[in-house]
Design a protein around this ligand. Structure first.
Ligand code: BT5
Length: 242
């Protein structure tokens, strides 16, 4: 049975992911959603800071997917395509996807996804799907490389309406977790670097070449300059302009 949506709204939190994680440990049900107007310690991957002033949509969803642990990355790709679709339906803006966890408008980052989880052996006890989207912030309220929906549309957007649309879209596509090829085909169709020259950095290693495909496990397939195929499962991607 699918649990009903339960939205918990806060004015200010350190991080919605942190609050949701704590609730999940206390047995909160699936589809409990923690939203904050402002985060004081919003986080990205590997301890990076996520700027979360008023005007953005900062929220985390508690999920208990019944897929084996190695399939956890699928959740991020499923969320990305659901967000993209919901934003396009509600605003007409064409948000694109950048590997591994970015949402972009033009070439600037409009949002990001951070999954944290607790696993028991090869099963997922719970996953926290953290989503940050720049919606109504002005240029001065954003990091230099970022963009908000308002900066592109010229309009103020209704945060609760967008939140609801994204959650509805995610809930209606959630069963696709059993259909990885469908998720990945949709993701790849909307990928901003398909097929462009990219550079992926993983710790001190860099891989440069043309991004050719995305695997069902979420790895990016890169054809290097000496025509070898490399698969990268994590890292930061830059699009190279020739
Ligand atoms: C992400 O990390 O893109 C995942 C961001 C997830 C944020 C949500 S908000 C709700 C939930 N609660 C949390 O505490 N987190 C989640 P990553 O790929 O590591 O990107 C981080 C980098 O993006 C930073 O190092 C900055 O360069 C850049 N950045 C920071 N704040 C940004 C913003 N508001 N918009 C665009 N880029 C930003």
């Amino acid at each position: 049975m699918v649990s009903s949506l339960k939205i918990l709204h806060y004015k200010r939190l350190q991080s919605t992911n942190k609050a949701a994680y704590r609730l999940a440990q206390q047995s909160a049900t699936e589809w409990t959603v923690v939203v904050a107007d402002v985060q004081t310690k919003g986080r990205g991957r590997e301890g990076k800071k996520w700027e979360s002033l008023k005007g953005g949509l900062w929220f985390s969803v508690i999920l208990r997917p019944s897929v084996p642990t190695p399939k956890l990355p699928l959740l991020q790709f499923l969320a990305a395509i659901a967000i993209r679709q919901a934003l396009e339906n509600k605003t007409g803006l064409s948000v694109k996807l950048k590997w591994p966890n970015d949402l972009v408008l033009g070439n600037a980052k409009v949002g990001g996804i951070l999954i944290e989880s607790k696993t028991l052996a090869d099963r997922i006890s719970f996953a926290i799907l953290g989503i940050g989207l720049n919606i109504n912030q002005s240029k001065a309220q954003l990091p230099p490389e970022a963009i908000s929906l308002r900066l592109v549309s010229g309009k103020q957007h209704d945060l609760p309406v967008l939140l609801r649309a994204i959650l509805d879209q995610m809930r209606s596509s959630y069963d696709d977790l059993d259909n990885p090829s469908k998720i990945m085909e949709d993701w790849w169709r909307n990928c901003v670097h398909r097929p462009l020259r990219v550079q992926v950095t993983v710790s001190k290693d860099t891989v440069t070449g043309v991004s050719r495909a995305i695997d069902e496990d979420g790895s990016l397939v890169i054809e290097t300059d000496d025509h070898k195929i490399r698969r990268v499962s994590e890292g930061s991607l830059a699009i190279l302009i020739d």
